[in-house]
Ligand binder design. Structure first.
Ligand SMILES: [Zn+2]
Length: 126
């Protein structure tokens, strides 16, 4: 992967995303009556605009005292995928501003790798 490693200090952006994830999991815990999560799997696509290291750092800062306290947190980083009309193919892109790497066509339509979402939650029975 050719992604640059940035400063791991979370910005307000990653902090608010992490806060949203923790709140969502806590709300699920209340609804589904569990208290501890053993594993949380997230997906942060390459085009989601999320710095993964910073998100991890922010989650670590926010999770003490929550059901995520001792959870293993995995973050998948699927690559950006886009559909290019001119050459009729699905291609991989690293940024939303990239032209088609195959034909140079532009713009391409993003079809994947643009989401931040919870993929999976493994809970411990009380
Ligand atoms: Zn193309």
């Amino acid at each position: 992967m050719a992604r640059l490693r940035h400063n791991p200090n979370p910005t307000m952006h990653e902090l608010s995303l992490a806060d949203g994830i923790v709140r969502m999991v806590e709300a699920s815990a209340v609804r589904a009556r569990f208290t501890r999560v053993s594993r949380l799997r997230l997906e942060a696509g390459a085009l989601a605009g999320v710095e993964t290291q910073a998100l991890r750092f922010a989650l670590d800062a926010l999770r003490p005292g929550t059901c995520l306290q001792d959870a293993q947190i995995d973050i998948d980083e699927p690559p950006g995928r886009a559909w290019c009309g001119p050459c009729g193919s699905e291609v991989r892109i690293d940024s939303r501003a990239d032209p088609c790497p195959r034909c140079g066509g532009y713009p391409v339509r993003v079809v994947g790798g643009a989401d931040l979402r919870v993929v999976d939650l493994l809970v411990l029975e009380p």
